[in-house]
Design a protein around this ligand. Structure first.
Ligand SMILES: C[S@@+](CC[C@H](N)C(=O)[O-])C[C@H]1O[C@@H](n2cnc3c(N)ncnc32)[C@H](O)[C@@H]1O
Length: 336
């Protein structure tokens, strides 16, 4: 079974996409992340912010601890692990529920949403994730899923059901092959469980960007994450954003000043329109040298001396210096 997966992956070099969608998903960056850690040896892969799990499921370590504060993600993957959810169950469920959606001309979506917010069934979570507006994952202040319908009553046409069923099958096989533990918990608890020979991949909510019930993230969190990561004594790699057209993430030069940095330009879309295609530089921070990383000082120098592609385009705004609560900032450079 695993052999088939491996051969398919080698033949097509494809990224396995999880069935659950989220706006923060790293599917387009997973190859870059994997190439940076190639050859690094570790006993266990630890993700304190697993989200959809796309990074772990494509790195496919033998052993992993995968955690998140969003219980719906963890329940879904535990249900796959325990075989409470299989690809056959998903096909059957989406066929029946998809027909009800079509018959109701879409209003049934809101019945499922209400049912999910009362009962938290992982199959309903999958249904909502694949029929909500833009595949977004967003929760209100009470923790209720609140994304509206995508407005396509025929959303669960046979081709989409087959696609989702295959995604469930692939991810189930990956989970079966590994020794994976899924836990609902805060990153501080997860990082207390880390051993020095583990490799941590941390992908926290991006600071200064959109937040919701499971995704609020403050400067205090950023400092606590840094403290917990360094205290763990394990190797870590952390994803964050470096810059976009308007701003630079100054925390890289303050909180994370002792880390190596690898960067990559990445495009993301909002709502699928070409004019909404925005470039962002992604960063991988680490406490050891990665394949393509440079020191934080080196990056700072390159930006100051205009030797980085990050500064070749005229910035439209002067970058504000971030106020910091806990430590003195070193981000005193004004990027123009
Ligand atoms: C950027 S997303 C991770 C995306 C993931 N790498 C992927 O590709 O799907 C951040 C995740 O952190 C989780 N999260 C937010 N605050 C947290 C906390 N304090 N402890 C643990 N997880 C948290 C959110 O629920 C969200 O799933």
């Amino acid at each position: 079974m695993q052999k088939e997966l491996k051969e398919e992956k080698m033949r097509t070099n494809k990224t396995f996409i999880p069935p659950i969608k989220s706006q923060g998903i790293k599917s387009k960056l997973v190859k870059w992340i994997a190439s940076n850690i190639e050859g690094v040896e570790f006993d266990r892969w630890v993700e304190p912010f697993m989200g959809t799990g796309v990074v772990a499921f494509n790195i496919r370590p033998k052993k992993a601890l995968l955690c998140d504060t969003n219980p719906h993600l963890i329940n879904f993957y535990n249900a796959l692990k325990n075989k409470e959810i299989t690809s056959a169950i998903v096909r059957n469920f989406l066929t029946i529920e998809g027909e009800k959606l079509l018959k109701s001309e879409g209003s049934y979506y809101y019945e499922v949403r209400q049912r999910f917010n009362e009962e938290g069934n992982p199959l309903d979570f999958l249904f909502l994730s694949r029929s909500c507006f833009n595949g977004m994952m967003r929760f209100n202040q009470k923790g209720g899923f609140n994304v509206p319908f995508c407005r396509k009553p025929n959303r669960f046409a046979p081709a989409l059901i087959t696609k989702i069923t295959n995604q469930v099958e692939n991810i189930s096989q990956i989970i079966d092959f590994g020794d994976y533990e899924f836990k609902t918990q805060d990153f501080k608890e997860t990082l207390k469980e880390v051993n020095p020979n583990d490799l941590i991949y941390a992908d926290p909510p991006y600071i200064d960007r959109h937040t919701d019930y499971f995704n609020s993230w403050s400067e205090k969190d950023e400092y606590e994450l840094k403290k917990s990561l360094f205290n763990s004594k394990a190797k870590f790699v952390l994803s964050t954003w470096l810059s976009n057209k308007y701003r630079t993430n100054d925390y890289i030069f303050s909180v994370w000043k002792d880390c190596y940095v690898a960067t990559k330009e990445h495009f993301y879309h909002i709502g699928g329109k070409e004019e909404n295609r925005n470039a962002i530089y992604e960063a991988l921070l680490s406490n050891f040298k990665l394949e393509n990383s440079i020191t934080n000082n080196e990056l700072s120098e390159r930006i100051k001396n205009n030797k980085s592609r990050l500064t070749t385009e005229k910035k439209e705004k002067i970058i504000p210096i971030q106020p910091t609560l806990f430590e003195e900032t070193v981000a005193n450079t004004v990027y123009k």
